[in-house]
Design a protein around this ligand. Structure first.
Ligand code: PEP
Ligand code: MG
Length: 886
C-alpha cells in the first residue's frame, strides 16, 4: 500500500488522498515552480492510524525511503550536526480548516545541529537559537501537550529581564537561555528530556498531526462547516526555508486578483526578515506586496510571473504563500482562493472574457447564497461613519434602530412604530418576541450557530453576534464600547454582512444588483463590472434551466416586482392574507355565523372585494399562470384571542354595559377554540365545514379571469385546494367548483385548472389516488416538514433548533433547506405516483424551500416543473435552477 507520495508524484486532483495543501504543492512542483522539496503522507495513513492507534504496516519504511531521497536531493541529512536538513511537518486536509490542526517547524534541530545551522547561516547565532526555541515551543505544545502559556510566560520573562517588549531585542545569549528554560518546562510536563534524535522528532510530529484531526476545535469546526468527520488529514513534510535570515529574506501572502472586488492587479502583503508565523502573530506590520519591487526586483518579477502562470493553470483566482530566503523565492502554498460574493461574479465574468472558462463553468463558480448577499440593502457609508465594533456577520442585511435591551421593551417600542435593535449579551428562547419585533439583533457573545444567529437567519433578520468589544449591561439599560456609552433609546446601525456596528443612523439604499433586477440599471450602458457580470451569468442560467420559477405573491405590487425579477407566474397566492386588516371582521362574522342568513351577508360582502384582488393580480401577471389557493387560515389568526375577549366582557359587565353581542362572540370563540390550530379546522376542512366560502372564492377567481379576458388580457387561473389528505376531500370541492366555473366562464375562452397542495404526509402517500382529481400538485413543504417531522413550525426554531444544530442532528433547519431523506422522500413518492396516475400532471413547490439553493437542486432532480418563492428570492432560484443543469 502506498502511503507516501513525493511532491513530484501527486497532482491537484488528488485532494482526497493528499489533502488540499499536498495536492497543490505537488501540482506546483510538476509545473516546475520553486517548491521546497518534500513529500506527503496520505489521508489513508491518517485514517489507519486513527482507527488502530498505531502507524499502519509499511508506513515507517516508506517515510524512511522518502526521507533518504529528500536528503540526497538536498545534499544534507536531517539534523546533521554540521549542516542539518530541517523540515516542517504540516497538516493539510481535503478542505481547508484554517488553524484547526497542527504544524511543527524546524524539525531536526538539537543541541548539536543548532550550531551547524548557525554556521550555515553565516555565523548567525541569534537565528539558530531562535529557530531551536521555536521548535521546542511548538513541539512541546502540539506534540506533547505542554501548556502553551508556560512557554509564553518564559518568553515574557526573558523580555522583561531585557527590559523590552519586542522579541527582536533578544540576542543569541538570551535565546540560548530561553532554550534552557524551555527544556526545563518540557521535562517538568513530560517527565522526559526534549528528544534529541531528529528521526524521533519527525515521527512524533507526524503522529501529532494525525491526532490533531480529532482535536476538539477541529471537530467543532467540521461540524459547523459541515465537513465529513472521516476524511482524515494528510501530513506534509517539507524542507525548511527561512524568511528570517536577514534583510534579503522575507515572507508574504498574495492573491492573483482582489478577493474583495475581483479587480485585476497585485494584492498581497510582505514582511521582510520574518517567518510566516510572525505575519500571523502581527508582531510587525506588513507592507504592500508592491514594495517588494524596490527590495528585490528579481524575486518580485519572478513572483508576478508565477502568479500569472498559476491563474492560467488553475483558471481561477489563487492565493499563495511564499518565502524569500536570501534572495531565492520559494512557493509554500497555493490554492483557489476564497472571495466575496461580488468578487465571485466579477471574476467569473472576467475569466470568460479572458477565454479561460466558458459560461457553463462561470455558472458553476457562483451560487445563490452569494447572489442573495448581493441583494441585501446596504448602508450608504461615507467617512462620517466609522464602526465602533466588529462582531460576526451572523445574518446579512443592514439595520438601524433604537437600542433596547429587553424583549418586552422591543415589543412595546415596535408597537409604537419605532424600528429597534435588540441588544443582548446572548439571546435565548425568551427573547423570541423581541427578536420578531426588532429590526436587527446585536449580541456580544456567541458565534454563527448561537441562538441569536440561527433564529435571526431563520427570520431573515439582520444580526451581528459575538461583538465582544461591547460590554452589555442589561439592568442598567446600556452598553459601552470603545469608551462610549450607549443608552436605551440611542440609535445604532448594524451590518449583518460585515459584522460592523455603527453609532447613529446610517442611511440604507437598495443594492446595485437589486436596482438592476428592478430595471433601473441597464447593464449594457453602465460601467459596473458587478452588474454586467450578474446580468451575463443570469442570462446564461435562464437559457439553461429546466425548472420554471414562479413567485409567492398576494398583492398586485408584489406580483409586479416579482415579474420584474423574472418570475414566470404565481405559484402561491395566499388568499387568507387578503382577509386581514379591515376585512378581518367579515371573516370573523363568516366563521362564527350560525344562521345561514348571517353567513350569506358576509359572503356577499366579501365577493366583490376578492374579485377586485384577483383582477389586479391577473392584470399584473397578464399571460402567466396564477395559482390561487383557497383560504387556509389557522383559525386562531382570525378570531380574537379568547383570554382577551373574556377580560373585555368581564370589564364591560362590571361597568354595567350591554354585552350581549360580546358574550355571543365569546361563546362562539370558546366553541371554536382549538388546542392545536395548525392541526385543526384549516384548509380544505374549513371549506367543507363552512358552506359557501370556497364557492365564493371560486366565483371571484372565475369572474375576475373573465373580466380580464373581456378587457383583452389573458388570465390563467389555477385554483389550489390546501391541506388535502384524501382524494374524497378534493373531489367534493372539485365538484362544486366545476359547476361554478362552467356557469361563470361560459364562452369567454378562460380556462381554469383545479389542483391541490401536497402538504399532509397522507396526501403524498396516496398521491396516485389524489392525482385522479387534480390537474396539478404544489408541494407545501412548510407543512409537509411540520407534519413529516412533527415539528411545530411556529415554535421549534427558537425553542430548540440551536441545540440540534450544535449537536449536529441536522446541519441546517429542515424548514430552511429540504430534508432530502425524509420530507424529500415524500415529495419523490408523490411526484412519481402522481405522474404515473396522470401523465402530464403539473408539479411545483411553493413552500419556503422553493427559494433555497440546495432545495432547488433537489426539486430539479425530482423532476418538478417549477419552484415558487418570495419575490426577492426569484433571482436566486433562477440562478440555482440553471446551476442544477450545468
Ligand atoms: C406550505 O405549507 O408549504 C405552504 C406553502 O403553505 P403555508 O405556508 O401557507 O402553510
Ligand atoms: Mg401550508
Amino acid at each position: 500500500h502506498k502511503y507516501v507520495y513525493d511532491f513530484s508524484e501527486g497532482n491537484k486532483d488528488l485532494k482526497d488522498l493528499l489533502g488540499g495543501k499536498g495536492a497543490n504543492l505537488a501540482e506546483m512542483t510538476n509545473l516546475g515552480l520553486p517548491v521546497p522539496p518534500g513529500f506527503t503522507i496520505t489521508t489513508e495513513a491518517c485514517k489507519a492510524y486513527l482507527a488502530t492507534g498505531r502507524q499502519p504496516d509499511g508506513l515507517a519504511g516508506q517515510i524512511e525511503a522518502h526521507l533518504e531521497s529528500l536528503e540526497r536531493a538536498m545534499g544534507k541529512r536531517l539534523g546533521d550536526p554540521q549542516d542539518p536538513l530541517l523540515v516542517s511537518v504540516r497538516s493539510g486536509a481535503k478542505f481547508s480548516m484554517p488553524g484547526m490542526m497542527e504544524t511543527v517547524l524546524n524539525v531536526g534541530l538539537n543541541d548539536q545541529s543548532v550550531v551547524g545551522l548557525s554556521a550555515q547561516a553565516g555565523g548567525n547565532d541569534r537565528f539558530a537559537w531562535d529557530s531551536y526555541r521555536r521548535l521546542i515551543q511548538m513541539f512541546g505544545k502540539t506534540v506533547c501537550e505542554v501548556p502553551g502559556e508556560e512557554f509564553e510566560h518564559a518568553l515574557d520573562e526573558a523580555k522583561s529581564a531585557k527590559g523590552t517588549h519586542n522579541d527582536l531585542d533578544l540576542d543569541a545569549d538570551d535565546l540560548r537561555g530561553l532554550v534552557d528554560a524551555y527544556k526545563k518546562i518540557f521535562l517538568k510536563h513530560t517527565g522526559r528530556e526534549f528528544p534529541q534524535q531528529p528521526r524521533e522528532q519527525l515521527d512524533l510530529a507526524i503522529r501529532a498531526v494525525f491526532e490533531s484531526w480529532n482535536a476538539e476545535r477541529a471537530i467543532l469546526y467540521r461540524r459547523q462547516e459541515r465537513i465529513p468527520t472521516d476524511l482524515g488529514t494528510a501530513v506534509n513534510v517539507v524542507t525548511m526555508v527561512f524568511g528570517n535570515l536577514g534583510p534579503d529574506s522575507g515572507t508574504g501572502v498574495a492573491f492573483t486578483r482582489d478577493p474583495a472586488s475581483g479587480a485585476q492587479g497585485i494584492y498581497g502583503d510582505y514582511l521582510a526578515n520574518a517567518q510566516g508565523e510572525d505575519v500571523v502573530a502581527g508582531i510587525r506590520n506588513t507592507v504592500p506586496l508592491q514594495e517588494l519591487e524596490q527590495l528585490d526586483k528579481t524575486s518580485y518579477d519572478q513572483l508576478l510571473g508565477i502568479m500569472a502562470r498559476l491563474e492560467e493553470h488553475y483558471k481561477d483566482l489563487c492565493d499563495i504563500e511564499f518565502t524569500i530566503e536570501r534572495g531565492k523565492l520559494w512557493m509554500l502554498q497555493t490554492r483557489v482562493g476564497k472571495r466575496t460574493a461580488a468578487a465571485a461574479f466579477v471574476i467569473a465574468g472576467q475569466l470568460v472574457d479572458e477565454g479561460l472558462i466558458d459560461l457553463d463553468e462561470a455558472l458553476h463558480r457562483v451560487n445563490g447564497a452569494q447572489l442573495a448577499q448581493l441583494m441585501f440593502p446596504r448602508f450608504q457609508l461615507d467617512h462620517e461613519f466609522q464602526p465602533v465594533a466588529k462582531g460576526i456577520g451572523a445574518s446579512p442585511g443592514a439595520a438601524s434602530g433604537t437600542v433596547v435591551f429587553t424583549s418586552a421593551r422591543a415589543v412595546e417600542m415596535a408597537a409604537e412604530g419605532k424600528s429597534v435593535i435588540l441588544v443582548r449579551r446572548e439571546t435565548n428562547p425568551d427573547d423570541l418576541n423581541g427578536m420578531i419585533a426588532a429590526q436587527g439583533i446585536l449580541t456580544s457573545r456567541g458565534g454563527k450557530t448561537s441562538h441569536a444567529a440561527v433564529v435571526a437567519r431563520g427570520m431573515g433578520k439582520t444580526c451581528v453576534s459575538g461583538a465582544d468589544e461591547i460590554e452589555v449591561n442589561v439592568p442598567a439599560k446600556r452598553f459601552t464600547v470603545a469608551g462610549q456609552t450607549v443608552n436605551e433609546g440611542d440609535v445604532v446601525s448594524i451590518d449583518g454582512t460585515t459584522g460592523k456596528v455603527y453609532l447613529g443612523e446610517v442611511p440604507v439604499m437598495p443594492s446595485e444588483v437589486v436596482q438592476y433586477f428592478e430595471g433601473s440599471l441597464d447593464p449594457e450602458h453602465i460601467d459596473n463590472a458587478l452588474v454586467r457580470a450578474v446580468h451575463r451569468i443570469m442570462t446564461h442560467a435562464d437559457g439553461k434551466r429546466r425548472l420554471a420559477v414562479r413567485t409567492n405573491a398576494d398583492t398586485g405590487a408584489d406580483a409586479a416586482r416579482a415579474r420584474r425579477f423574472g418570475a414566470e407566474g404565481i405559484g402561491l397566492c395566499r388568499t387568507e392574507h387578503m382577509f386581514l386588516g379591515d376585512r378581518r371582521e367579515l371573516v370573523e362574522r363568516l366563521i362564527l355565523a350560525r344562521a345561514e342568513g348571517e353567513r350569506e351577508t358576509a359572503l356577499e360582502a366579501l365577493l366583490p372585494l376578492q374579485r377586485a384582488d384577483f383582477e389586479e393580480i391577473f392584470r399584473e401577471m397578464d399571460g402567466l399562470p396564477v395559482t390561487v389557493r383557497l383560504i387556509d387560515p389557522p383559525l386562531h389568526e382570525f378570531l380574537p384571542p379568547l383570554e382577551q375577549l373574556a377580560v373585555n366582557v368581564a370589564v364591560a359587565q362590571e361597568r354595567g354595559e350591554d354585552v350581549a353581542k360580546e358574550e355571543a362572540l365569546l361563546a362562539a370563540v370558546r366553541r371554536m377554540h382549538e388546542e392545536n390550530p395548525m392541526l385543526g379546522l384549516r384548509g380544505v376542512r374549513l371549506g367543507l365545514v363552512i358552506p359557501g366560502l370556497f364557492a365564493m372564492q371560486v366565483r371571484a377567481i372565475a369572474e375576475a379571469a373573465v373580466a380580464c379576458a373581456r378587457a383583452g388580457g389573458v388570465a390563467k387561473p389555477e385554483i389550489m385546494v390546501p391541506l388535502v389528505g384524501a382524494v374524497q376531500e378534493l373531489e367534493t370541492v372539485r365538484a362544486e367548483a366545476e359547476k361554478i366555473i362552467a356557469e361563470v366562464v361560459g364562452d369567454s375562452g378562460v380556462e381554469v385548472l383545479i389542483g391541490t397542495m401536497i402538504e399532509v404526509p397522507r396526501a403524498a402517500l396516496t398521491a396516485g389516488q389524489i392525482a385522479e382529481a387534480a390537474e396539478f400538485f404544489s408541494f407545501g413543504t412548510n407543512d409537509l416538514t411540520q407534519m413529516g417531522w412533527g415539528f411545530s413550525r411556529d415554535d421549534v426554531e427558537g425553542a430548540f433548533f440551536w441545540r440540534y444544530l450544535e449537536l449536529g442532528i441536522f446541519g441546517i433547519s429542515p424548514f430552511e433547506s429540504i430534508d432530502r431523506d425524509g420530507v424529500g422522500r415524500l415529495v419523490r413518492i408523490a411526484a412519481e405516483e402522481g405522474r404515473a396516475a396522470r401523465p402530464g400532471l403539473k408539479l411545483g413547490v411553493c413552500g419556503e424551500h422553493g427559494g433555497d439553493p440546495d432545495s432547488v437542486h433537489f426539486f430539479h432532480e425530482v423532476g418538478l416543473d417549477y419552484v415558487s418563492c418570495s419575490p426577492f428570492r426569484v433571482p436566486v432560484a433562477r440562478l440555482e435552477a440553471g446551476r442544477a443543469v450545468v
